[in-house]
Design a binder for this molecule. Structure first.
Ligand SMILES: NC(=O)c1ccc[n+]([C@@H]2O[C@H](COP(=O)([O-])OP(=O)(O)OC[C@H]3O[C@@H](n4cnc5c(N)ncnc54)[C@H](OP(=O)(O)O)[C@@H]3O)[C@@H](O)[C@H]2O)c1
Length: 261
């Protein structure tokens, strides 16, 4: 694989590029992190509380060319976000070339039944946590940096029990578009990857995972579910210099599932 950090106008050849990935140790975030490490990036990756998974993932990627630094940080807590950014920048030396806003959570029940607590939980993690991390990282990002947010079909479609999670995903897509407008003049690109159904632990929270996967597979033109590395490939593309003219857009990675009415 081509090392991404050899291309780009402002590449600092003395140190590999620095990326922060949230929710980096399981599911899609782990696939993204693995790809970036394979390409030689340094990745500061946060997780919420699953230390065992974080340790196992760190051991698993230890032989890859890039350096992985796991950080226990809740994206809903400002102090944790500051610690994440400051430790990455000071230990690595910065600047931050990539930021992947992947961590998400949520309360799966109809929106009509959700409480203020459910709303705050979901929006604090999925929307404000991501936006605030981007705000904190911005002073450490220079021309050529790239931010990618993770979204889902719930941003644009109604999904049973998806409640406020879909609203938070619509917020991420809008926020990435807005930041692309605001930070484009500084050479910072901001995009979203909207993934279809991906078999990760997150699906265990849905009432009938098997039926959900079967139904999705049946209506997906490519005839299979999207795997975490399919999504990671799109994220890595948007982070890299081959996507240098792409900003403010949402890239759909769903095997074509959304094209049917
Ligand atoms: N799976 C899908 O079908 C699908 C489809 C479209 C979009 N997406 C999006 O893709 C992203 C990743 O989804 P996934 O399925 O890979 O999720 P996942 O397997 O459940 O992994 C979630 C990761 O995020 C971390 N996390 C959760 N809350 C956090 C918080 N408050 N602060 C810091 N880290 C936190 C978790 O840490 P711990 O390990 O400590 O719990 C874990 O590493 C999400 O934005 C999701 O909405 C997923």
């Amino acid at each position: 694989m081509e090392p991404l950090w050899e291309i780009g106008d402002n590449a600092d050849m003395d140190s590999p590029p620095l990326t922060i990935v949230t929710g980096a140790t399981r599911g899609i975030g782990a696939a993204v992190t693995r790809r970036l490490l394979a390409q030689g990036w340094t990745v500061y990756g946060c997780y919420l509380r699953n230390r065992r998974a974080a340790d196992a993932f760190a051991a698993d990627v230890a032989d890859l060319p890039g350096q992985f630094v796991p950080v226990k940080a809740n994206v809903a807590k400002e102090a944790d976000l500051i610690l994440l950014v400051e430790s990455a920048v000071h230990e690595h030396g910065g600047p931050i070339r990539g930021l992947v806003l992947n961590a998400a959570s949520g309360v799966l029940r109809p929106l009509a039944e959700q409480t203020r607590k459910h709303w705050d939980w979901t929006m604090d993690i999925n929307a404000w946590g991501a936006i605030h991390l981007a705000q904190l990282a911005r002073p450490h990002m220079a021309d050529g940096s790239s931010i990618v947010g993770l979204s889902s079909p719930g941003a644009v479609r109604a999904i049973p029990d998806y409640g406020s999670v879909g609203v938070s995903k619509a917020a991420i897509e809008a926020a990435m578009r807005q930041l692309a407008f605001e930070w484009g003049p500084a050479g910072i690109r901001v995009n979203t990857v909207r993934a279809g159904l991906v078999p990760t632990d997150a699906l265990n929270h849905f009432p009938d995972r098997d039926a959900l996967e079967a139904e999705t597979r049946a209506r997906t033109p490519l005839g299979r579910l999207v795997e975490p590395d399919d999504v990671a490939a799109a994220v890595a593309f948007l982070l890299g210099d081959d996507a240098r003219a792409i900003t403010g857009t949402t890239l759909v990675v769903d095997g074509g599932a959304a094209i049917l009415s």
